[in-house]
Design a protein around this ligand. Structure first.
Ligand code: NAD
Length: 497
């Protein structure tokens, strides 16, 4: 019998009110059911929002350093269980153990950062324009936070949102992706065990259209933090606008690595293999395009193809696997259809190009690491997010052209330039339209204490990570204390002689 998981509402583990469930299967072996999860609907969301709303009244009064102390305990528990959590994550979404360990570590780093932020949450004191008057601006909690997350970082992304939300004094209704409900449930178990009070953290499993949208539309949810595709992000933004909710959207990417004629090619090779095929290309920051200077093109592409062919596909739990499966059947079909589109548009296949179905791979959603060359900036494989192990290669003649090509998509998340020329590096930093620019390292590899997010269709201007996410989860209260004992009128009495 598969393990049965539940929702967590008002401090209690409960089934969906309808009693319905859905299965979560291992993408490396679809015979293995990782667990059964509640297939929730609006009634479950209603109960979770009610619990979160009621819990807000007392949670907001808990001193922020105490809220931070709970998150330190969360970090400790995650550290103790790091390996167990990573193995479960690999079983439910496929990426290799080295990477799922990194995913959990990002959550641990985020927990300790949040614990420290509980003792900071800095405000401002500013001089008044009037005598005997004190001015300050301080951070206040907002209310109930709706948190909706994707499956590719099943631990890190929920922690990026939930931990700052809690430290700021908000309560949470969390809907994880239905491909990764097990890791999410373990995270909530840890939060409860560490001492987060009943109703402050709630998890409701189920589909995006039903559970996710019910959270977004609920009038008692004050803010929504969403990471996922740009198409769903647009729908969420529209729906949330009807109740004037604050919304943070972290969306898709079409990231490029530029390799200039003076680059250290061995270093650039390691970067592109890790950036393009790590997480099987299923990162919002994945290197989906490689832009190479014509002078090193032939030499560099020869080693890129050779390196790609050496990558070993397999179950992420096996030490011999470099690249795991895609998350599900639909994702593999999408990837395959993009490869066909690219070939139809005139791209040349250098390696890969089909599902991998032989031997131990036959019961998983594996796809060969693929390189498409002769790609032109106008082609769909150069502009649209594929979210799989497919690298589109474009040739350029200068740094200016490289930057122009890098900018030529509707997205603007991550970017990378390999060069030894400081002028090229700073031109790229100045002119690439992206939220993140790496010099001499790949497009992937965010650190938890730095702002994370993108421009254009990658988001709506907010940033996760570091100190910036605390802006999203708190509201400024401006306070004036007049101890002069008389009416002092700003702008009017100030100008008296
Ligand atoms: P998705 O948009 O399909 O789903 C994301 C979440 O939204 C899931 O929990 C899903 O159930 C829910 N959802 C779906 N439809 C909904 C609706 N109508 N209303 C409310 N919720 C709904 O994305 P995915 O396939 O899970 O993840 C892959 C996408 O996420 C890629 O586009 C990737 O680039 C993006 N992503 C972005 C970042 C970032 O920080 N910019 C990070 C990771 C992933």
């Amino acid at each position: 019998m598969p393990t049965k998981f539940q929702n967590f509402i008002n401090g209690k583990w409960v089934n969906a009110r309808s009693g319905k469930t859905f299965e979560n299967r291992n993408p490396a072996n679809w015979d293995e059911v990782v667990g059964l999860f509640p297939l929730s609907d609006t009634a479950d969301v209603e109960a979770a929002v009610k619990a979160a709303r009621e819990a807000f009244d007392s949670w907001r009064l808990v001193p922020a350093p105490k809220r931070g102390d709970i998150l330190r305990k969360v970090g400790d528990l995650m550290t103790e269980r790091k390996e167990e959590l990573a193995k479960l994550m690999t079983r439910e979404m496929g990426k290799v153990l080295l990477e799922t360990l990194g995913d959990v570590q990002e959550g641990i780093d985020t927990a300790y950062y949040a614990a420290a932020e509980g003792r900071r949450l800095f405000g401002h004191t500013v001089p008044s324009e009037l005598p005997s008057k004190f001015n300050m601006a301080m951070r206040m909690p907002i209310g109930v936070a709706g948190i909706i997350t994707p499956w590719n970082f099943p631990m890190a992304i929920p922690t990026w949102k939930i931990f700052p939300a809690l430290v700021c004094g908000n309560t949470v209704v969390f809907k994880p992706a239905s491909d990764t409900p097990a890791t999410a449930t373990k995270l909530v178990e840890i939060l409860a065990e560490a001492g987060v009070p009943a109703g402050v953290i709630n998890i409701v499993h189920g589909g995006g259209g039903k559970v996710g949208m019910a959270i977004v539309e609920h009038p008692d949810v004050d803010l929504v933090s969403f990471t996922g595709s740009s198409s769903v992000g647009k729908r969420i933004s529209e729906a949330a606008g009807k109740t004037l909710k604050r919304v943070s959207l972290e969306l898709g990417g079409k990231n490029a690595q530029v390799v200039m004629e003076d680059a250290n090619l061995e270093l650039a090779l390691e970067g592109v293999l890790w950036g393009a095929f790590g997480t099987t290309g299923q990162r919002c920051t994945a290197t989906s395009r490689l832009i190479v200077h014509e002078r090193v093109y032939d030499k560099f592409m020869a080693i890129v193809v050779e390196g790609t062919k050496k990558l070993r596909l397999g179950d992420g739990l096996k030490k011999t696997s470099d690249v795991g499966p895609l998350v599900n059947e639909a994702q593999r079909e999408t990837v395959d259809s993009y490869v066909k589109i690219g070939l139809g548009e005139g791209a040349k296949l250098l390696t890969g190009g089909k599902a991998a179905t032989s031997g131990a791979l036959k019961k998983g959603w594996f796809y060969e690491p693929t390189i498409l060359a002769d790609v032109k900036p106008s082609m769909r494989v150069a502009r649209e997010e594929i979210f799989g192990p497919v690298l589109s290669v474009l040739k350029v003649r200068s740094i200016t052209e490289a930057i122009e090509v890098s900018n030529g998509t509707p997205y603007g998340l991550s970017s990378s330039v390999y060069t030894q020329n400081i002028g090229y590096a700073y031109q790229a930093i100045r002119d690439i339209r992206a939220g993140i620019t790496y010099i001499n390292s790949p497009t992937i590899g965010a650190e938890a204490h730095m702002p994370f997010g993108g421009v254009k269709e990658t988001g709506n201007g907010h940033r996760e990570g570091g100190w910036t996410v605390y802006e999203f989860f708190s509201e400024w209260k401006t306070v004036y204390v007049d101890y002069s004992g008389k009416l002092q009128r700003a702008q009017i009495d100030t100008n008296k002689a």
